[in-house]
Design a protein around this ligand. Sequence first.
Ligand code: TYD
Ligand code: MG
Length: 457
Amino acid sequence: MAKSRTVFVCSACGDESPKWQGQCPACGAWNTLSALHVAARTEPRARAVAAAGGESAAARSLGAVEAEEAARVPTGSEEFDRVLGGGLVVGSVTLIGGDPGIGKSTLLLQSAAAMAARVPVLYATGEESLRQVGLRARRLGLGDAPLQLLAETTVERVLDAARAGAARVMVVDSIQTMATEAADTSPGSVTQLRESAARLVAHAKSSGTAVLLIGHVTKEGTIAGPRVLEHLVDTVLYFESDVGSRYRVVRAVKNRFGAANEIGVFAMTEQGLKEVKNPSAIFLSRHEQPVAGSLVMVTREGTRPMLVEVQALVDDSRAQNPRRVTVGLEGNRLALLLAVLHRHGGIALHAHDVFVNVVGGVRVGETAADLPAVLAAVSSLENRPLSQELIAFGELGLAGEIRPVPFGEERLREAAKHGFRRAIVPRANAPRKGTSIDGLEVFGVTRLDEALAAAKG
Ligand code: TYD
Ligand code: MG
């Protein structure tokens, strides 16, 4: 057994010092150091892994390391399983973040109840009373699930309950409400967050329990607390949604056991979260009449293509610095696209406000949105609707060139499947001349001016 020692951890930056000081040597904050008793002289993640035991210091050859597939527990929801990379991995720790009220507790209560039919599951809440959780479970029709519930905020007691109930899956709602007896600071502080999480990770690794942590997010949309929380866990998922929309996208931003950027789509209903199996169908708002500034693109999120509508509004600006606002797209990219549009498309928007929005609360992080965003902006500027049968995707380079994006053919097939007839895409993504994809007429373009001309034709 390693000797216990005391370190002093800064609640502002999380840095450790061997002795107490009035000022944190790392970030300079005053009176932020507090004592923490730890078992070994290692970092939290290393402490967690070390606690898992069995991993001796002697190196082994690659061939001797068993390459076995991680065992997984199905969550009862195909969409949730997909985001996780095919179910919840035994002994893994998953962090789920999202705005208050977006559905984190609902999703995990539903999944916990479904998994409880196979393995012992503990749902520990520091947010709500047992009565509140019980009422919600009943409302969701999960009243009979053999789920173990616990209202508790001390990590050590949560772990005791998990051991007592032989839990194989454990939900902690939320990590910000948890505190460990080993740290002297108040719940919610950086130190508490880090040490509570480290203890839960250690338990997951040593016992093979799958742990799901709910995390609050800050105004900036990242999980509250230090980045170290995201480093400690295996998988980080975020809920995304538009204000007022009933659709919820759960996205994997980090996953040791699956593809990053994989998404699962749900709809919030009276009976909790329901899976959406064909997201392309819901993110397309079909307009009765063609409208200017709207164009459908095919994005590829994780391992599946999805159709989303990109909308632009270009309006005369009175401001000295005209506005460039994006929702669902990267903000900085828009300024770049407008500069390329000016230089290589001959269209100046210096005196215009430009707003670009991806309909339905989906965030598109890939450059395939460049071409549709520019075409939608030009359509809005000229007040000339694009064909409703048209889709586009493609990256725009600084020299005005249209660059290919991955999985072009798969994207085109998805568009054809949903009845689109024309596509403007990078030439390298287009099928060879003369071949068409399921009735889709594809225009392969290499330059921005070609694309602008094709959109008018
Ligand atoms: P919740 O899961 O509590 O959100 P979080 O844990 O992320 O804060 O979701 C709460 C919201 O969802 C609340 O506004 C009510 C709504 N809701 C439904 O519409 N239907 C339902 O069946 C449930 C349980 C919640
Ligand atoms: Mg909640």
